[in-house]
Ligand binder design. Sequence first.
Ligand code: GLN
Length: 248
Amino acid sequence: MRIVVGHLFPDYLNIYADRGNMAVLARRAAWRGHELAVQALGASDELRPGEHDLYYIGGGQDREQELIAPALGAHGEALRTAVAAGAAVLAVCGGYQLLGRFYRDRNGDELPGVGLFPLHTVAGERRMIGDVLLECELEPGERRTLAGFENHAGRTYLDEGAEPLGRVLAGHGNDGESGYEGCRVGRALGTYLHGPLLPRNPWLADWLLTQALAHRTGEEPVLKPLDDGLEAQAHEVSAARARARGGR
Ligand code: GLN
């Protein structure tokens, strides 16, 4: 099967080795006999709902966010339509903030967001930096831990009733207070975690591949298990660092 990924603004939002997430998805798809076709999507590209099975948007500084916010906003309606029709999303850090309603920077200037995630973000004085450990339950009854690294000044506030990606076991998360991290809308996930995220959390890479394939075929596939020994070690190192850092 050919899985088509739309990588939004890769030239601007790409800090913290976010591209590593794409490399992991491509390898894990290939090991199951699937091809991952990654298309860069920028200001001049047309975004046609239904064409992409997964959208990916990485992290960036305020400066880059400012540069692309208007062009990303222009794709907003198409993105929301695509997700409502079952496309998957992974949005990291700066990209996560811009898929919310707005991001207010330190000068009080507001960048309008895409409005895909029911949340908004306000820049704070102190940066929240360090290893993070979450507990997630993306499928009912299947609890998993997610380990990553956060580095953000923005505080993200979820709307009442919005679904977070996970519960913070160690680290700051969305705002350093709520005990939640990230956001989920259907097959769309937003998070502050990078590192990059997927090499040390292969279960999440497979969840995203499963969602992308389900969008393509209309049916959830069962992916062949892989030997994730090394990935499990990477997860443990990262999780141990987060635990040593302590609770919120
Ligand atoms: N505006 C962001 C912040 O809160 C950028 C986050 C990021 O992608 N590192 O710091």
